[in-house]
Design a protein around this ligand. Structure first.
Ligand code: NCD
Length: 304
């Protein structure tokens, strides 16, 4: 059976542990993996802009000795002529060994997986999910905090449209003792389907609009940008976009060992003068993205 990664919970806790272990091995000795995916091809189908996700996937495959093909702009693909995802993926299945797809429509990666004979990896489907960003976040938290359990995780910004935070919370809720502090304006709160899962599993969380008040409790602070492209109304975006800007004064009451994460791209949410603070981990996080994607590609291609 072909394995896909569409929803973050398509992976079990044990499988994520295994990906973390392989990532550690890669970090220790990257040269051991230089031929792991020789003659294998990764296809990137990006119908939406990307820097880190696409390039880290490509870099991951190149480091594994494989090669990459694909498009980074839907307008240069047959989607511009009206081709369906189903037909595109059926074709791509004949050219490559694993496909990575990013698409503005929710459910598009699932749809592609139903027509694909090669593993499909969801690199973001609209405002829904972004499972490989979550793997990146988990590796970063594990490396920097030494645990994935018992953490107070603050998530701030656009919690309504931000797919990275949906996947992150949807997976981190599986580890015992984690608690969430959701910081957003009322208009951009976490979707009900995520809150319902937390309630069902008795995972504690609070919702607040006040970052200054909440920051002192957090072990991890995950900042996000307001997702302009998912707004129906530009005025509404302009009104909400700069409500949370993490700067030096805001960090005054934060823990000394807080870990500050951001999936990037950053727009205004984190002032540049935070970048030199030892708690700022977002560029390190982007680096870990390549490592865990190497582990994931090997897993889905069943490479030892
Ligand atoms: C995120 C995305 O595309 O959802 N970027 C990423 O993959 N690192 C976050 C964002 O665009 O805000």
């Amino acid at each position: 059976m072909t394995r896909h990664l569409v929803n973050v919970n398509d992976l079990s806790l044990a499988e994520v542990d295994e990906l973390l272990e392989v990532s550690e091995c890669i970090l220790k000795s990257p040269k051991d993996y230089r031929k792991s995916c020789k003659y294998k091809k990764l296809v990137t189908l990006f119908y939406e802009p990307s820097t880190r996700t696409r390039l880290s996937f490509e870099a991951a495959m190149l480091e594994l000795g494989g090669s990459c093909l694909g498009f980074s702009d839907a307008l240069s693909s047959s989607a511009a002529k009206g081709e369906s995802i189903a037909d595109t993926i059926r074709t791509v299945s004949m050219y490559g060994d694993v496909a990575v797809i990013r698409h503005p429509k929710e459910g598009s990666a699932r749809r592609a997986s139903e027509f694909s004979s090669i593993p499909v990896i969801n690199a973001g489907d609209g405002g829904r999910q972004h499972p490989t960003q979550t793997l990146t976040d988990i590796l970063t938290i594990h490396k920097l905090k030494g645990t994935l359990k018992g953490l107070k995780i603050g998530v701030c910004g656009d919690l309504k449209f931000g797919r990275t935070v949906h996947s992150l919370v949807d997976f981190m809720r599986n580890y015992p003792g984690n608690e969430f502090i959701f910081v957003s304006p009322k208009e951009l709160t976490m979707p009900d389907y995520i809150l319902e899962k937390l309630n069902k599993n008795s995972v504690s969380f609070i919702q607040t609009t006040n970052l200054d008040e909440a920051i002192s409790q957090m072990d991890v602070l995950y900042m996000t940008r307001v997702q302009r492209e998912r707004f129906f109304n530009e005025e509404e975006y302009i009104r909400l976009k700069d409500l949370y800007i993490l700067d030096k004064p805001k960090l005054a009451t934060a823990k000394k060992d807080l870990t500050i994460l951001h999936p990037l791209p950053r727009v205004n949410e984190i002032s540049m003068d935070i970048d030199a603070d030892p708690r700022a981990a977002y560029f390190q996080q982007a680096g870990f993205g390549k490592i865990i994607r190497m582990a994931l590609i090997m897993k889905l291609l069943e490479v030892k």
